[in-house]
Write a protein that binds this ligand. Sequence first.
Ligand code: TXA
Ligand code: MG
Length: 347
Amino acid sequence: MVGTKQTQLLQVNDLEKDAENIRLAAEMLRAGKLVVIPTETVYGLGANALDCDAVEEIFVAKGRPQDNPLIVHISKVSDVKKYATDIPEIFYELAARFWPGPLTMILKKSGCIPSVTSGGLDTVAIRMPAHPVARAIISKAGIPLAAPSANLSGSPSTTTAEHCIRDLSGRVDAIVDSGCCEYGIESTVISIIGRIPRLLRPGAVTLEQLQQTVGEIEVDPAVLHQMKEGVKAASPGMKYKHYAPKAKVVLVDADSKTYAEFVNKQEGDGVYAMCFVEDVPRLKKPYVLFGSRDDDFAQAKELFYALRDLDDKGAELVFARCPSKKGVGLAVYNRLLRAAAFEVMKL
Ligand code: TXA
Ligand code: MG
């Protein structure tokens, strides 16, 4: 039955001093258990990517649709050859610049990746995380880890162990706590199967950086637009409801003054602003912050924390300030669009 596991909390602040907890986490993963691990993007709900039963348990623990494939996490570049075939030259260019780090590449999968891990697709998503604890656990376990974000399906991704505990306590065997995630937003996902690489999900590795490295890149329409019913998704995760707090969220595309005037006019107790620090002096409503206007990294880092904070505060209707779509701002905008079910007001 889901929700009846004894979840162990394993603190890892220091790779050497906490080596025993890393060993324990690795051992549990090798034994087919579910272990939440920290990464530099968000926390991940890990299991042995090659063990069908363990991977099936991930889907149950999260309440995740079966056709939404998982990212396979590795600790050394050379492992890619085991899990992917027909690896194009561009893979090596991207890996040399961005790995280890917040970039996931979609490749043709090899025979050893089970269908349950790849959501029935003939491709596989692979990432080599930079977080030292993630890498230590993966290399100690000696297996590739399937790891979606460690949240209940549909909720904002988790960037602290406390949020993982709230969503997944009783549903996983252990949670490794290493504090806050550095980027706070999930990895950039790029498909490099076709002639022209295609951006499926923006992240901390920006579109501009990818273009500098490999030239032309197509941006999948689902990055910025709601998919029509019946259209096949390049990345299945894009078609599902995502990052949604309990409150209704509306994205407001306006300058700071117009935004604050608009929010101040709204009536009702549950109205909240989700805004940048520069907006605060003009606001007369309660608010949560997500960084500052010109700091896209800070916006990303605080985004999911802010969405969860709104729930804790009992917000019912949230007006979120629209970020710029440049740099990591594109990723912030992409997540907020989904949190707002694509409702954008241009003022
Ligand atoms: O930063 C991250 O990527 C985090 C950490 C834990 O590594 N993981 C993460 O996993 O965000 P998840 O499952 O929440 O998101 C993975 C996304 C989904 O939208 C999924 O549909 C897509 O990647 N994806 C996975 N395999 C794919 C494939 N073969 N083809 C297309 N999209 C794929
Ligand atoms: Mg996710």
